[in-house]
Design a protein around this ligand. Structure first.
Ligand code: FAD
Length: 428
């Protein structure tokens, strides 16, 4: 198929990888005050904030630095939660729901603040998002959402009626939308690369291709066996999100990795690209298995993501399926090639709230349920405050984290959940 003649199994955002410095094969310390495992937004922001406060920090990453979900995502820094705020209010009450929402707004402010502080050139722009109604009945849900946000949170959003959708999206696939103006778009790999540069400049001792393999408590300290030898640490922080393993079994039982897949088109003619998203929003829809999509920061390509229907297929076959999905929304993209396809792991929890805290002396934050660009950054601030003895002041920390029933690290239930939720998407 000509549309796949140029395709590469590579992340568009990492062509080339924005971090050029080499953190491999450096001498590992035998001792450190704080050992951080994982070099995504959570780990690197935690390291940066701890270093600023003068702590001795070592960060290890089992692969290439910053190169997992934090470089592979859609670059959408979104307000709100992964769960309906209406349901959150029913379960936790109004006051708590307001706090969760305020923290989601603060999370984007944190991203903006760090980008300013480090002069990170990562195309951060508060373009807002649009949630698009997959079915006519979903537009009623968006109306209710708008009223809810106005009444309980004094938060202004804009409804886009079906007949006005062409002002927002070059597609007739959807049945109206809701625009939220405070959310932002950014280049995720340039953002994490900028954070790594800041943490490095602040003095964090950063190592790539070093895997934490076992954590053992020894006389009130931690001995961490790594692929390059042991390290003794006063404190350990795990920031492994969708890549969490039985290195930390308690956390592993609380988070499920789910693959998310993206494709990028070839560079499009400027007028074709502009018409796809005239206001350059971050776009996603109301389905459970949602499509999320946006223009690349240079405005030249469509980047389209979701979960392929047939998860067992090869990467290239999945790219073909994603392209079919993209063509449902944008049939005008039929003549253009797909240049990149890639995937990474999104990390879900049982109740779709992130988890943060300390267990058996191991500090952690993870489980962002596809909302981690801003929330992982924010909880990195909260984790460092906790470690510095300033307390853990977040509504997310007040929630009990729930283990996933019958789950020991192998998500055997995902294929069933996949068909169940797809069926719901068809009938509801
Ligand atoms: C395709 C895709 C699209 C997404 N789109 C969006 C989006 O548009 N908006 C949004 O808000 N969120 C999105 N997300 C989610 C977002 O990317 C994540 O929530 C966020 O990057 C999590 O950051 P993190 O630092 O917690 O984890 P990660 O960036 O995943 O970092 C964890 C790191 O831990 C390392 N690690 C694991 N185990 C070990 C070990 N034993 N030793 C050493 N290192 C280890 C891993 O190699 C990895 O680098 C998306 C995710 C994916 C995959």
């Amino acid at each position: 198929m000509a549309q796949f003649s140029n395709i590469r199994e590579a992340t568009y955002w990492m062509d080339p990888h924005p971090t050029t410095k080499n953190y491999a094969n450096k001498e590992l310390p035998q001792k450190t005050d704080i050992l951080i495992v994982g070099s995504g937004y959570t780990g690197v922001v935690t390291a940066l904030q701890l270093k600023k406060a003068g702590a001795d920090v070592t960060l290890i990453e089992r692969g290439r630095i910053g190169a997992e979900a934090s470089s592979k995502n859609g670059g959408m820094a979104l307000t709100g939660l992964s769960v309906s705020l209406y349901k959150v209010m029913k379960k936790f009450g109004k006051e708590k729901m307001v706090r969760f929402f305020q923290e989601s707004l603060e999370s984007i402010d944190c991203v903006e603040q760090l980008i300013k502080e480090g002069a990170i050139d990562c195309h951060f722009e508060r373009n807002g998002f649009m949630e698009a109604a997959f079915k006519p009945s979903h537009y009623d849900g968006l109306k209710e959402e708008q009223e809810f946000l106005a009444e309980y949170l004094n938060h202004t959003t804009h409804l886009i009626p079906p007949e006005k959708m062409r002002d927002e999206i070059g597609s007739d696939f959807y049945h109206g939308g809701l625009v939220e103006p405070l959310s932002a778009g950014l280049h995720p790999a340039k953002y994490i690369a900028g954070l790594i540069r800041m943490a490095d400049a602040a003095g964090a001792d950063i190592h790539e291709y070093v895997e934490a393999q076992k954590i053992k408590k020894v006389q009130g300290k931690f001995k961490i066996n790594t692929s390059r030898g042991p390290i003794l640490a006063e404190r350990v922080v795990v920031c492994t999100n969708g890549y969490t393993t039985n290195l930390t079994p308690w956390q592993m039982r609380r988070v499920v990795p789910v693959e998310s897949f993206m494709i990028a088109t070839q560079e499009l003619p400027p007028e074709t690209a502009k018409a796809l998203s005239p206001n350059n929003r971050m776009l996603f829809d109301t389905k459970r298995f949602l499509f999320y999509f946006r223009l690349s920061p240079d405005g030249k390509r469509m980047l389209f993501g979701g979960r392929p229907k047939q998860s067992w297929k090869t990467t290239i076959d999945k790219a073909k399926i994603m392209r079919e999905d993209m063509l449902c929304v944008y049939p005008q993209l039929e003549p253009y090639t797909i240049d990149y396809c890639w995937f990474g792991k999104v990390c879900f929890t049982a109740d779709r709230f992130p988890i943060i805290g300390e267990r058996d002396g191991i500090a952690y934050a993870m489980g962002y349920c596809g909302h981690g660009v801003a929330m992982a950054t924010y909880l990195g601030f909260k984790l460092s405050d906790m470690i510095l003895g300033k307390g853990l002041h977040s509504a997310f920390a007040e929630k009990k984290s729930i283990p996933i029933p019958l789950y020991q690290g192998k998500p055997w239930f995902l294929p069933f959940a996949h068909y169940y939720f797809r069926m719901l998407d068809m009938i509801q």
